[in-house]
Design a protein around this ligand. Structure first.
Ligand code: GCB
Length: 576
């Protein structure tokens, strides 16, 4: 939900920055302002902005100042962080406004009492980016994590201050189908006696619907079928604007908008359907990772990514392994990509973090962990549920769900997601395959498969044979569920060529992807292939990683490897 109406102060730019390795800032009063010669750019991760901060995982402080005009006095002030972390604590003019855990979901703090109108204001943010077992995703330290991507720190996404009247639209939930059904529900704060006008506009601004309703009880609703709308799909991502205007006696009090696509998506009898037609998911697992800016992918780079994905014939991706930014998903809506929106429960190397496996099992029974996992799901669904692009939720990546405890954890998360949004299918990415005890809890079975890379070294043929064997076993166990190949791939260092194809060469990567995609083509219960990964990305340091995970079909600066050209050809021969 965005507002073209509310006064807004954007806080992107150069901020003051100070590392706090001993964690003494708060005791020393840094939240009231601190001195430092260091500068950092927001939005972006701190790590690559200075080689000295590259591997820093700890506490760091940010500050900036801004002016608020006197005329805004009397309004409510909201400080919005689109993503900062891992843990953020925020002060305005020395007053603690609040805190938030998790880097990848937005949070909004009430700043009304702390703002100085007609004056300068000092905003201070303390970021704690330490890796820990009770954080999501978990780890022991910067280079010993359950997850295979760098634990970047900082204010990765935009920050702004926004003003509303005392009565304002607090949230908007929209549901559609491909035949023009439109259900919308706006929650209005202090809405007694007010009216809300819902307007639906097409791409040219022509009004297709206008309906005025009361806001009593704090809720305004419409439930209509709009005639003449065109459905949203990857081929034709038709978008409309749903605008909600809040009307008081003296006129307009608030205005919010959501971009709406009319589409339906469902899983039935082992197939997935978009707008009642079977659809095959072709695409990638991605990351938010970019040179220098870290976990912030600049808008221009995102646009390039989306054109490259289009060029290769992709129609979908997974937000591996956390919810992506609004810009990222705005482009998916705009350019027509089917998105599997994944939470931050990434547990790929989880069991390896424990010498005592009983302790690892206990983790899944800890109610605080379950609560944190639910909180991310709640926040990501609230933030992104109106997007036509988001067609499915993934509650976890590679949990050790051959264990009963982990399977029960996943079951609870899947159930929780359905209670929040029953309109979308649920999945998680499994690396336990036929030994997985949680596959029965989800609508689509997503499998991460690396035969021919992490096993069967150097033998693509043997790898593909094992992959197919395992897939068929899973299918026999769950014949009614569609299967998505959610990850498969091989590292290739750009520029390394070898004949015959050997591991780490561009040829090996290309050959493996080809054999996998051709291997599953024609299996009618396989509903898609997501290559791991779109581009090379940074990881913790280990002997298995050459600074980056090199499984991208593009390099980190988005130039093609041999595989990119081949994938284009392979995708073109798959159903659409
Ligand atoms: C996986 C993980 C992913 C890793 C990938 C790899 O199964 O889900 O996060 O990056 O394997 O390359 O090892």
């Amino acid at each position: 939900m965005r507002s073209p109406f509310r006064p807004k102060i954007e806080l992107s730019g150069f901020w003051r920055f100070k590392l706090d390795p001993r964690g003494e800032g708060e005791r020393e009063g840094w939240h009231r302002g601190f001195e430092s010669c260091d500068v950092v750019y927001v939005p972006s991760s701190w790590n690559e902005q200075n080689p000295l901060w590259d591997g820093y995982d700890g506490v760091a402080w940010y500050s900036t100042s801004f002016y608020v005009r006197k005329e805004l006095e009397g309004k409510l002030a909201w400080l919005v962080f689109k993503g900062a972390g891992y843990h953020a604590r925020v002060w305005l003019n020395g007053e603690l406004l609040g805190e938030h855990e998790g880097s990848f979901t937005q949070f909004k703090l009430d700043a009304t009492r702390a703002v100085r109108f007609g004056d300068f204001n000092l905003l201070v943010v303390r970021i704690d980016n330490r890796v820990a077992l009770d954080r999501l995703p978990p780890g022991l330290s910067f280079n010993r994590t359950a997850f295979d991507f760098l634990q970047y720190g900082g204010i990765h996404r935009p920050v702004y201050l926004e003003f509303t009247e005392r009565s304002y639209v607090d949230s908007l939930v929209v549901e559609t189908d491909h035949e023009g059904a439109l259900k919308a529900e706006a929650r209005v704060a202090n809405g007694a006696g007010l009216r809300a006008r819902f307007r639906l506009l097409d791409g040219r601004g022509a009004e297709l619907l206008s309906e005025e309703v009361g806001c009593d009880g704090g809720v305004a609703r419409v439930d209509r079928r709009v005639s003449g709308v065109k459905p949203w799909s990857p081929e034709e991502p038709n978008l409309y604007t749903l605008r909600v205007e809040l009307l008081g006696e003296r006129g307009l009090l608030d205005m919010v908008e959501e971009r709406v696509g009319f589409r339906s998506f469902k899983v039935e009898k082992g197939r997935v359907y978009l707008n009642e037609k079977p659809v095959y998911l072709k695409g990638f697992g991605r990351h938010e990772d970019f040179p220098v800016t870290g976990k912030h992918v600049p808008g221009a780079a995102l646009v390039r990514d989306f054109y490259l994905m289009k060029k290769l014939g992709a129609n979908s991706f997974r937000t591996s392994h956390y919810p992506y930014s609004d810009e990222h998903l705005d482009l998916a809506d705009e350019m027509g990509f089917l998105v599997i929106l994944e939470s931050t429960v990434c547990l790929s190397g989880f069991t390896g973090l424990f010498s005592d496996q009983a302790k690892a099992r206990e983790w899944f029974k800890d109610p605080r962990i379950l609560e944190k996992a639910k909180a991310v799901l709640r926040e990501m669904i609230e933030q992104h549920r109106n997007r036509p692009s988001v067609v499915m939720y993934s509650v976890a990546n590679e949990p050790p769900t051959d264990w009963e405890e982990a399977a029960e954890f996943v079951r609870q998360l899947a159930e929780y997601v359905r209670s929040l949004d029953p309109t979308r299918p649920v999945t998680f990415a499994s690396h336990r395959h036929s030994r997985d005890r949680a596959l029965g809890f989800v609508d689509v079975i997503s499998l991460n498969v690396y035969f021919g890379w992490y096993s069967e070294w150097g033998s693509i043929e043997e790898g593909v044979r094992r992959m197919l064997e395992e897939l068929k076993r899973v299918h026999e166990m769950h014949p009614d569920k569609p299967v998505l190949l959610a990850e498969f791939g091989a590292d290739a260092v750009a520029g390394v060529h070898w004949d015959p194809p050997v591991m780490w060469s561009e040829e090996y990567q290309a050959e493996l992807l080809k054999s996998y995609i051709e291997g599953v083509r024609g299996l009618e219960w396989v509903v898609g292939v997501h290559v791991w990964n779109f581009a090379d990305f940074r990881t913790p340091q280990s002997p298995g990683r050459a600074v980056l995970n090199r499984k991208g079909v593009f390099t980190r600066d988005r130039q093609p490897k041999l595989a990119a050209h081949l994938v284009r050809d392979l995708f073109s021969r798959l159903p659409s």
